[in-house]
Structure formats: structure tokens, C-alpha cells
Ligand binder design. Structure first.
Ligand code: CA
Ligand code: CA
Length: 274
């Protein structure tokens, strides 16, 4: 502690006219008066801790953060907790610190937990934004992973809840637009009628499917979770009235894993009348 130290000839306030009859040479800094003086490393005008400048006017380091993860294995339709699959024993909690621009800082930390615990806690994390995800493993072999999330632990500890779908997954796709007449590449903004990209995923042999709409830009997206199976994916450019203004050749894709993301690749959507 540096309390009680007195420096001679401390006078930092321009226009300070306080005169109690003593000499300014023995003026002592008062922590919390909003004026940094004497041995004060800071003075934020209060005597509160945990706001960056302590009650004794010392600079406070931001305390390290704690981040908890929870995980469940659910079915796509029932949402029923299935417990850990027989081929998953370990949960790896991957934490990548980010800088103010959202770029990675250093290497990610990886903390391992027993899958059956359904939760894990990581302490002493740097304050700031963290990109986090879970990887379900069999020993050291990756079996499945969640999408990543960004959490901010600057001001408080956080809990992130993750869900693995034991009987489902996702399709990832990218698209290009071309003029059906010209065959020339088009951008999303060069098609005035365009409102988005529609995707209908139909489970083979059934009428079961989902209907989704994506923004055209960026020219990629991931579907909502779908129950495992073989799908036909019909992809269209659509207008404000949800009418097709261009279509891609139908694509088939199969989901057969645990929370798997299947990349169906790049599809080309031919815009009619262009
Ligand atoms: Ca002061
Ligand atoms: Ca303070």
C-alpha cells in the first residue's frame, strides 16, 4: 500500500485556490476527489473498487473470467436428452481469445471433461471476447463438434449451453448466380427482383422437409438441423412474393452422423430473363 505517503510540492490543480493557511508544500492527495495527485496512480472521483481505479486510487487489473459450458445430446424431433452416445467419452472445450477486431489472439486453449458430467468450467480466462465450441471425442478422436459462439466475459462470467443432435445434422451450401440467357455471372445486387435464396429439403421417399430462406449475400449458409437421412435439396432464387425467379439443378445429400455438417458444395442458380 502506498497510503500515507506525502510528497512535497504536490500541486496538480490549476486554479486551486484552497488556502487553509498552510503551505501548498504539505498538500496531501485525497483519493476520490477526481484529481490525480501525489502517489495516486489514478483518481476516478469515487472510493469504489472494481471500476478500474481502486478505493485507494491504484489501477485495478481486470479480474480473470470463468466460463462454463453445458452440453446435451438431443433428438431432432423430441428434444429428449439421450445422454452421451456410446462412442463419445470426452468433451473438449475449445476457447480462442479474440482481439478488439475479432481476430484470434494466440492459440486456443482446450480443456477436457468427462462427457457424462454434462458440464465443464474453465477459469482464469482473459477478459474480453472469446470464440468457443465443443468437440465430442472418443479418446482423442473427434466425433462431432458444435457451431462456435462468441461470448464476452469482460464484465461477468458466462455460461454457454450447447446442443448436439444425436440423430441429425446440417447442410452447408454456397451459391453462384448466372443469367439464364447470357450465361454471365451475376451478383446478388445486380438482380433487382431478387429477395433471397430459398431452399426446400425433402427427405427421400417422404413429403417431410423444411423450407428455408437465406439472404443472397454472403453467398453461403447452413440449414437448420435436419433428421438424418437422404435429402433432395431444391434451391431457388426468389422474389418478394416468394416466387422463383431462377433455379438450380436439384442436389442430393445425406446426413448420417452426429451433429454433422455436410457440405453440398457450390450450386449455380440460373436467373430467368437475364
Ligand atoms: Ca486525488
Ligand atoms: Ca474507483
Amino acid at each position: 500500500m502506498r497510503v500515507g505517503a506525502v510528497l512535497s510540492a504536490v500541486l496538480v490543480v490549476a486554479g486551486c485556490s484552497g488556502d487553509d493557511g498552510g503551505s501548498s508544500d504539505d498538500a496531501q492527495a485525497v483519493c476520490g476527489d477526481g484529481v490525480r495527485g501525489g502517489v495516486e496512480a489514478c483518481d476516478d472521483g469515487n472510493n469504489e473498487d472494481e471500476d478500474g481505479c481502486s478505493a485507494t486510487c491504484e489501477i485495478e487489473e481486470e479480474p480473470p473470467a470463468t466460463l462454463d459450458a453445458t452440453w446435451v445430446f438431443e433428438t431432432v424431433d423430441g428434444g429428449f436428452n439421450q445422454g452421451c452416445p456410446s462412442n463419445v467419452d470426452t468433451m473438449a472445450f475449445v476457447i480462442q481469445p479474440l482481439d478488439a477486431m475479432g481476430d484470434p489472439v494466440g492459440q486456443p486453449s482446450i480443456d477436457l471433461f468427462d462427457c457424462v458430467d454434462e458440464e465443464g468450467s474453465v477459469t482464469d480466462l482473459p477478459p474480453g471476447e472469446l470464440l468457443v465450441y465443443l468437440e465430442a471425442r472418443n479418446g482423442s478422436t473427434p466425433i462431432a463438434q458444435t457451431f462456435s459462439e462468441i461470448v464476452d466475459v469482460t464484465d461477468e462470467d458466462k455460461i454457454v449451453d450447447f446442443t448436439f443432435y444425436s440423430d441429425g445434422g446440417y447442410f452447408y451450401l454456397q451459391w453462384n448466380l448466372v443469367g439464364a440467357t447470357t450465361g454471365m455471372p451475376l451478383t446478388c445486387t445486380s438482380v433487382p427482383r431478387l429477395d433471397g435464396v430459398g431452399l426446400i429439403a425433402t427427405l427421400s421417399g417422404t413429403a417431410v422437409g423444411i423450407d428455408q430462406e437465406f439472404d443472397c449475400d454472403p453467398q453461403e449458409n447452413t440449414t437448420d438441423v435436419l433428421e438424418n437421412g437422404q435429402y433432395v435439396l431444391d434451391i431457388d432464387a426468389i422474389d418478394m412474393n416468394n416466387q422463383s425467379i431462377g433455379t438450380a439443378d436439384a442436389v442430393t445429400g445425406t446426413l448420417a452422423g452426429l451433429n454433422q455438417v455436410v457440405d453440398i458444395g457450390l450450386v449455380t442458380i440460373s436467373i430467368t430473363g437475364q
